[in-house]
Each structure stands twice: as C-alpha cells, then as structure tokens.
Design a protein around this ligand. Structure first.
Ligand SMILES: *[C@@H]1O[C@H](CO)[C@@H](O)[C@H](O)[C@H]1NC(C)=O
Ligand SMILES: *[C@@H]1O[C@H](CO)[C@@H](O)[C@H](O)[C@H]1NC(C)=O
Ligand SMILES: *[C@@H]1O[C@H](CO)[C@@H](O)[C@H](O)[C@H]1NC(C)=O
Ligand SMILES: *[C@@H]1O[C@H](CO)[C@@H](O)[C@H](O)[C@H]1NC(C)=O
Ligand SMILES: [Zn+2]
Length: 361
C-alpha cells in the first residue's frame, strides 16, 4: 500500500515537474523569463481556461507562414455598450521585452480587478484586446539561433528581383505609406513592402480594428528600446488635432513610470524625439479616428538594446504597467465620467424645471 501510494505520488510529482519544466504550469508561469511562441500560446489557452468569465481568445488573422494571430479579449460582461482598448506586442520580432510586457499586463489586471475597484470599473466599461505576439513568424525566427536573434521584420519573401526576406510591419500600414523613414530596398530593416497592407499581419490588425473603430478609444503598440512614449504622427508635417492632449497624457504616463524605479521616458512625436517614419500602426489608428494612440519604446537606452537581460523584465514591466495604467485611467474617466456628468446635469435641469413649474402652479 505504502509503496504503491508513494509510487503514485512520485508519478504526480514527475508529471508536475515535466509541465513546470515546459513552462506551461500556469501558477508557475515565470513572468520574469522570455518565453517561446509555443509557451506563450499555451499560456494564452490556460489564462482563458482559468478565467472563463472575463477572458476569451480570438484568432483574427494568419501570418505569412500560416500561424494563427491570436488575441486575448479581457472584460467583465455588461449590458451597457462598452468601449475598448487595443494593445499589441511583438510587431518587431527581436523586441522580446514587448511580448513579456503584454503577458505581465494580462496577469496584472486579472490579479488586481478582484480587489482594486478602479481596475474592476475599467473592466466593466472597457474590453481589452491584447495581442501578445503580432509578428508570430518573426518571433519564432528570432528564437531559432543566435544568428537570427535580431530579426525584426515579417518572414514573407521579397519581390522577385530580391533575395532578402521580410517587410517592416510597422511601415506597412495605410498611413502616409511610403512617404518618409522607409526604404524601397527589400533588404532594409525598414522596407515598407510592395504596397500598403501587403502583409497579412498588417491586414489582420486593420480589419479587426476597423470593425471596431468607434468602440476603440485607445490604441497602444509596445516596442523596445529607447524609453520613449511616442504620439502621432511620424510624418514631420502632420500634427494630430489633439496633439496637446496626447502630450499631456503621455507626460503623465512618463511621470508615473518614473515614480516606480526612477527611469526617464521621453515623450514626443517620432520626428521630434526619434526619427520620422510613415506607415506605422500608431499613425494609422489616429488617422481612422481613434483618439488616443501611443507607441511605447520600453527599456533600455541602448546598453543592451534588444537583448535586455531577463533580470530587467520584472522592473521594466512594473514601470510600463504604471504608464499604461495612467493612460487608460485618463481615457476611461474622460469617457465614462463625462457621460455620468452629462446624466447628472440632465437630471438637475429636469429637477429645476419641475420645481420651478410646480411653484408656478
Ligand atoms: C489555428 O487555430 C485553429 C483553431 O483553434 C487550430 O485548429 C489550428 O491548428 C491552428 N493553426 C496553427 C498553425 O496553430
Ligand atoms: C540559424 O538558423 C537559420 C535559419 O534557419 C539558418 O539559416 C542558420 O544557418 C542557422 N545558424 C546557425 C549558426 O545555426
Ligand atoms: C526590383 O525591380 C523593381 C522593378 O523593376 C525596381 O523598381 C526595384 O528597384 C528593384 N529592387 C531591387 C532591390 O533591385
Ligand atoms: C515638410 O514641409 C517642408 C516645408 O514645406 C518641406 O520642405 C519638407 O519636404 C516636408 N517634409 C516631408 C517629409 O514631406
Ligand atoms: Zn519596434
């Protein structure tokens, strides 16, 4: 008896150890490590299973190599018409801290909404559409070996007269496409593709977001590195109508970030603080009318660059969470508290009218 039960326990321990070793055990999923695409996919499924009331997954496109592009939809079911927040990570393959942040963000809001009434309120009013890895093909390629680690682009083959692979997905959107900060040479890191939306990954985002463009209030796209918060537009001669507000919101986020570990993040339009560019998803989102659109460039400022050591994942995610939290709180409160204020004003007006009309009798 003793023997067989301990044998059984031993088997359980072995199985447990095996799933931990694969990094698939949800409780033991290590958010302070970089994960492979199969690990991230398994984590997404597990997150959905563990939070069936608030999390669902949606496949909204296929990559060039026919991988699924999957997002997590996170929100508390509600009868009122909800708004939404978009967040994508890993549009550039080598920026591994970006998918790590999307995963951390999901973990954090699912952990806090049960006790933090503000996060709960936001999940009641907003759905979060979060893509942990957008450029799945590129991400898988960047994990292959040390010589492919710094891959940035998609994995589609170039045009017939070119032997290089890949288009810069963040130059491929329908936003001043091809005008500035791009290359027509398909071997370039910023090759913008044969035409706008030539890449299925950019198409997938475009279709998904366009279908919900009046619902989505905020579009966040997460990159590294440089410690920047970028506002539209990448074209130096185009300014967003709400540029001043975007700057204020960005500066408040940078202040929140600094409050966590003292890191400095610079806020501005891409031509002002980085370089001009066109065809980015951030610019496209603002062009189609999404009021709040930001690019985050996470740590660091170049010391490790794209190969940010794993011991910086946790602090980077903590501070970036504070920055994103600051932005979505602003966006949420402006939208929903404004509606509440209008309702209250309406009631007051009716009440005043009623009181004055009764006193007339
Ligand atoms: C994509 O998702 C579908 C539906 O879940 C699944 O059947 C299919 O195997 C997935 N494809 C790949 C390449 O993972
Ligand atoms: C790394 O992987 C690429 C793509 O599969 C391959 O072409 C290259 O030979 C590999 N390099 C090394 C050093 O293994
Ligand atoms: C490929 O051919 C097209 C059309 O002839 C040309 O415009 C383009 O510059 C060529 N690209 C390269 C990389 O040679
Ligand atoms: C921006 O406008 C200036 C002045 O009109 C012009 O010289 C410049 O070429 C424009 N920049 C771009 C990228 O079009
Ligand atoms: Zn990037």
């Amino acid at each position: 008896m003793l023997l067989s039960s301990s044998g059984f326990l031993g088997l359980l321990t072995l199985l447990g150890a095996a799933s931990v070793a694969l990094g698939l055990e949800p409780q033991n999923y290590d958010f302070s490590k970089y994960h492979t695409m199969p690990e991230i996919s398994a984590w997404m499924e597990q997150t959905k299973k563990e939070n069936p009331d608030v999390v669902s997954t949606m496949i909204y496109g296929k990559t060039y190599e026919k991988s699924n592009i999957t997002l997590l939809k996170i929100g508390i079911k509600s009868d009122v018409k909800k708004k939404a927040v978009w967040m994508d990570c890993g549009i550039h393959a080598r920026e591994w801290i970006s998918p790590a942040f999307c995963q951390y963000f999901v973990k954090e809001i699912l952990l806090t909404y049960k006790t933090d009434t503000k996060v709960e309120e936001m999940l009641k009013n907003l759905d979060f559409y979060i893509t942990p890895v957008l450029n799945v093909d590129g991400y898988i390629y960047s994990w292959k070996n040390s010589s492919t680690r710094l891959w940035r682009k998609s994995r589609s083959p170039g045009p017939a007269n070119c032997t290089c692979y890949g288009t810069d997905l963040n130059r491929n959107f329908y936003a001043n496409w091809g005008m500035v900060g791009v290359s027509r040479n398909c071997c370039s890191e910023v090759y913008n593709g044969p035409r706008a939306l030539s890449e299925s990954e950019a198409q997938a985002v475009t279709e998904f977001v366009l279908q919900r463009s009046t619902e989505i209030l905020c579009f966040l796209t997460i990159h590294s590195y440089g410690q920047l918060i970028l506002v539209p537009y990448g074209h130096p001669n185009v300014t967003a109508p709400n540029y001043d507000e975007l700057m204020d919101v960005g500066l408040a986020a940078a202040k929140a970030i600094k409050g966590i570990h003292g890191m400095d993040y610079t806020v501005g339009s891409s031509p002002n603080v980085l370089y001009p560019n066109s065809g980015s998803s951030r610019d496209w989102a603002r062009l189609i009318g999404i009021p709040y659109s930001f690019t985050f460039e996470l740590r660091d400022k170049g010391q490790h660059g794209f190969e940010l050591p794993e011991d910086q994942i946790q602090p980077t995610c903590e501070e970036a969470y504070a920055g994103v939290h600051s932005i979505i709180t602003y966006v949420h409160d402006k939208n929903f508290n404004a509606a509440a204020t209008i309702r209250a004003t309406l009631w007051m007006t009716l009440l005043t009218w009623w009181l004055s009309s009764t006193s007339l009798l």
